[in-house]
Design a binder for this molecule. Structure first.
Ligand SMILES: Cc1cc2nc3c(=O)[nH]c(=O)nc-3n(C[C@H](O)[C@H](O)[C@H](O)COP(=O)(O)OP(=O)(O)OC[C@H]3O[C@@H](n4cnc5c(N)ncnc54)[C@H](O)[C@@H]3O)c2cc1C
Length: 501
């Protein structure tokens, strides 16, 4: 084993850059295996990180959309979540004694998915996709009367007309889990370095360690970059000559409020994924607290700010669609974080060309949930054992293609319509929905012309490229380099009606 100084850490077997869910769960997996000295480096505030802002729904089937099982690639991605789900009971059992919250880390054991009419057809088809996926994977669920969901008290004009109960899919207290993990790891001798890594250090094309922002160097037998949305920039400090799938910050906002009265929520209550985001949801936190989330907007650069539009969005729609009484709840914590979103929507997990360097990121909206599974996979690979997830998630892959351009345009239109109706946007009264759809279709066709690409993008990346010249240039530059490299995958199983497409 390589030695570590008690004064100022000099060397460890493994340096993990990033103290979010991925970094911490990897350190946890390795210490459980007794795998040598480990340092986790990251600023203790973690303030722009995704994990500290997560609702931490252990969402798998509740996250299903019409896209989830449509191609072999997305099915493989979906099944990461299915496999991850099974890890959580043991994870929580091992963490509970290190928790300081005084409440169970499993903050909600189950989920209700509600279908209301404020969105658009996208809600309906994704709702159907959830039910179909539950049936296909033989998971328990039942139809329930929305009136019977504890805490659920929407305004009458946005009431839910249908709801299902997922008894085996809940949520954890994200901040409680992170804190318990850190305490457990410290007790096990993991080195925590409260600093930012300035750059990776290499010699003869081998990554040998990291340089901190004050110039101090920590050497590592291997370096794992798990720095969320900062990972790509960090990898580029060792070489620009690496063909990484680009990542974009998915800035998200959520809030934790103290209930002021009325029946509390006892389960996660959520809509299906809709309108470029992860659906509106409330996650009970225990102790009279409830997490309301979450917005998602792709932005040019990482920040800890919250858009005023997002504050309005979340507050207003929580009051309308979840609980009228939320208006008088007391917000005790504002959370914002940056999801690591890859251009093709798939995670990036694997060794990189400079030897000694491993990347784990790109988990977008379910990285908290998938972290224990990914940690197991990465620990295997670091120890020279076979991995447990598909090698298709290699960070230097060609972008994974799951749709045609025509499909992508239709999807973009559907997401915009969902956002249009949910946000209460108004057109001239005589304007019909097909006319609004046509407007978005035309804009999207123009965007593809401008980007001059043959790869079909997801709706969130299109939305971003539409509004950001910098983003559009980045997307276009990368994809032109990969032109012709990524033919759409064959469609395997069609989930949901798909009629809206
Ligand atoms: C509002 C919101 C809600 C979400 N809800 C859910 C959910 O319900 N369920 C779910 O599974 N997922 C959810 N997610 C997604 C999930 O949070 C992410 O996929 C996951 O947490 C990513 O973990 P990570 O460790 O890769 O990144 P992060 O959590 O971003 O951690 C990276 C860490 O690296 C540190 N770092 C960055 N640069 C450096 C550097 N140069 N040197 C050292 N350290 C550095 C950062 O400070 C940060 O702490 C949500 C995300 C957001 C924003």
């Amino acid at each position: 084993m390589i030695s570590a100084s008690a004064e100022r850490l000099q060397q460890v077997d493994l340096v993990i850059v990033g103290n979010g869910a991925l970094g911490l769960f990897l350190a946890h997996e390795l210490t459980e295996r007794g795998a040598g000295s480990v340092a986790v480096i990251g600023p203790s505030s973690s303030e722009t990180g995704a994990s500290q802002a997560a609702g931490a729904m252990l969402g798998c089937f509740g996250e299903t959309t019409t896209e989830s099982l449509r191609t072999d690639a997305s099915r493989t991605r979906f099944e990461l979540g299915v496999a991850a789900h099974d890890r959580w009971p043991a994870v929580l059992e091992g963490l509970e004694e290190f928790s300081l919250t005084g409440r169970p880390l499993l903050s909600a054991p189950d989920t209700h998915v509600v279908l209301n009419s404020i969105g658009a057809e996208l809600d309906t088809v994704n709702y159907q996709a959830i039910r179909a996926a539950l049936d296909e994977y033989e998971k328990p669920w039942e139809e329930v009367d929305p009136h019977d969901i504890p805490g659920f008290n929407p305004r009458l004009d946005t009431r839910s007309l249908s709801a299902i109960h997922l008894p085996a899919e809940g949520a954890v207290d994200a901040r409680g889990v992170l804190e318990a993990l850190e305490r457990k790891l410290r007790a096990a001798g993991v080195h925590f370095v409260d600093a930012t890594v300035n750059k990776l250090v290499s010699s003869d094309n081998v990554v040998t360690g990291v340089e901190l922002d004050d110039g101090h160097v920590i050497e590592g037998g291997n370096v794992v970059v798990a720095a969320g949305i900062q990972s790509e920039a960090l990898v580029r400090t060792v070489t620009e000559d690496i063909d990484l799938v680009p990542t974009f910050p998915g800035l998200g906002f959520a809030m934790i409020a103290r209930r002021s009265g009325g029946d509390p929520f006892r389960s996660v209550v959520r809509t299906p994924n809709r309108g470029f985001a992860c659906g509106l949801h409330v996650v009970p936190q225990g102790g009279g607290l409830e997490y309301y989330g979450a917005t998602n907007r792709l932005v040019d650069s990482v920040s800890g700010v919250t858009w005023m539009a997002d504050v309005r969005f979340l507050a207003q729609y929580s009051m309308q669609q979840l609980d009228e009484r939320a208006a008088s709840h007391e917000v005790v914590q504002w959370l914002s974080g940056n999801r690591p979103v890859t251009l093709d929507g798939f995670p990036m997990i694997g060794w990189l060309p400079p030897a000694g360097l491993y990347l784990m990121t790109g988990t977008y909206r379910d990285g908290f949930h998938c972290a224990p599974l990914l940690a197991e996979h990465v620990a295997n690979e670091l120890q020279g054992k076979p991995g447990i997830i598909d090698p298709m998630f290699s960070p230097t892959r060609a972008p994974i293609a799951t749709r045609t351009v025509e499909w992508s345009i239709s999807e973009y239109v559907e997401h915009n319509l969902a956002a249009w109706f949910e946000t209460g946007a108004e057109a001239a009264p005589q304007m019909t929905t097909p006319q609004i759809a046509e407007y978005y279709r035309t804009r999207c066709v123009q965007l593809y012309d401008q980007l001059n690409i043959d790869y079909a993008l997801g709706p969130d990346i299109l939305w971003y490229a539409q509004g950001s010249l910098r983003g559009a240039r980045r997307v276009s530059r990368y994809l032109r380099k990969h032109r012709g490299n990524s033919a759409p995958q064959p469609q395997s199983v069609q989930v949901g009606s798909g009629d809206a497409r």
